[in-house]
Write a protein that binds this ligand. Sequence first.
Ligand code: ATP
Ligand code: MG
Length: 438
Amino acid sequence: MRLSKYFLPTLKETPSEAKIASHRLILRAGMVRQASAGIYSWLPLGLKVLQKIEAIVRDEQIASGAQEILMPTIQSADLWRESGRYEDYGKEMLRIQDRHKRDMLYGPTNEEQITDIVRHAIKSYKDLPKNLFQIQWKFRDEIRPRFGVMRGREFLMKDNYSFDLDEAAGRHSYNKMFLAYLRTFARLGLKTIPMAADAGPIGGDLSHEFIVLAPTGESEVFYHKGFEDFDAMGEAAVYDKDLQPLVDRWTSLYAATDNKHDAAACPVKSSDLKTGRGIEVGHIFFFGTKYSEAMGATVQGQDGETTPLQMGSYGIGVSRLVGAIIEASHDDAGIIWPEAVAPFQVGLINVRSDNEASTKAADALYAEFLKAGVEVLYDDRDERPGAKFSNMDLIGLPFAVTIGPRGLETGIAEVKNRATGERTEIKLSGVVKHFAKP
Ligand code: ATP
Ligand code: MG
C-alpha cells in the first residue's frame, strides 16, 4: 500500500479524552474513530489489526474442534424470558421494540440464542459433543464506556458454547477451551494468567478469566511469582487426550483478581506474591444445566432416558484485544506491534521523494515486496524525513526499511527493528529476500 493513497487519518495532537496509552494511540494512529460513546468505526489500519486477531482466534478455535456459526445481533426477548435473564440483566441490555411492538434486544451474549438452536437440532447422545463458536458484535450499555475499544458499548467478541452429555465430558470441553485460550493469547504475543473467577450473571461454579498484566488494567491482580516461568507457547495443540493435568498445572499456582482475593486467606507467602493490574481478555465458564434445564434442551441418553445438556460458554474480547496488545506493547514514540498482528510487516521509507534516483529505487523495492507477498506500507509522500520516521514509529510496524540518496551510492538500505530499535544495513538486492517468507 502506498501511504499517499492510504486512508490513514493520523492525529498530531494527543486527544484529551484519552486517559491511557492504547486509547491515545489507536486515535493518533488513525485506527478507529469514535462514533458515539463506546461505539467506534474501524478505519483501514485498525480493521486490519482486528481481522488479524480474529484470524488467530478463529484458527485456534477450529484447531480445538469447534465449528463456526454466525448468530444475529438482534435477539427476541422471549428467549431471555425463558431463561429468566430478561429482567436480571438490567440496564446493560439495549432493549428495542419492533414495529409490531415485539420486544427485541441487541445481544450482550448468546447463551439463550444458541440453546434455542441446539434444543431443536440435537436430540440424541450420538450428536454429542458439539462446540459452536461465532465472532460477532455484542452490545452492552456499559455505565462507563472508557479506555477506547477496551471498554466499549459495541464490541467484537468470539463466543462459543459447548454441549455434552455428562459432567465429565463437559469438563473436558472446558479444558479444551482452557488450552485453546492459552495458545490463542500466546500467538497474539501476550502473556496471560488464568485466574479463578466468579461466574457472575452467566451462572455456574467453574470459571477462569484470562488476564493480561498491564499497569493500566482495570482490576488489581495477585499472583504467585512462579507464573513468570510459565510459557503457553510451549503447549501443543493436542486435544484428544486428558487435559486435566495441563489445567491443573496452570491452576496450581495462586492467582486471583481483587474481587476474589482475600489477603487473610491467601495461601502464598508475601515474598512469593506479586501484585499488579490486569486486563481481562477472555473468560470461560462451565455452568452445567442452567440454561438447558430452563429452556428444555435435552437429549436421549444411551439408556433412553432424557437428560438436560451440560453446557459451557467461552468469550474472548476480540476488539478489546486491540487495546490490550497496545497496552502491553508500546513506547513513548508509539505502538510496537507483535509480528503476528501487525497491520503490515514492513514500512518502506523513501527519505527523499524529491530525488529521482531515490524514488526510482524505492518504487522498485516496493514492487519487489508486493511480488514476494510481503505486506508493506510504502511512505512515498512528499514529507520531511523526520515526519516519515515518527509516523512509522507511531503506527508501529515491526520493521522500517529506509532508502535515500546516500544509501543508493553504496547500494545499502537501512532496516530498523521497531521493538529493539536496532538498525542494520542490508544490501539493496537482499532486502526483500530478508523479509519474504519461504
Ligand atoms: P468485564 O468484567 O471486563 O466487564 P465481563 O466479565 O462482563 O467483562 P464477559 O461476559 O466475560 O465480560 O465477556 C467475555 C469477554 O468479552 C471479556 O473477557 C472481555 O474480553 C470482553 N468484553 C466484555 N465486555 C466488554 C466491553 N464492554 N468492551 C470490550 N470488550 C468486552
Ligand atoms: Mg468476564
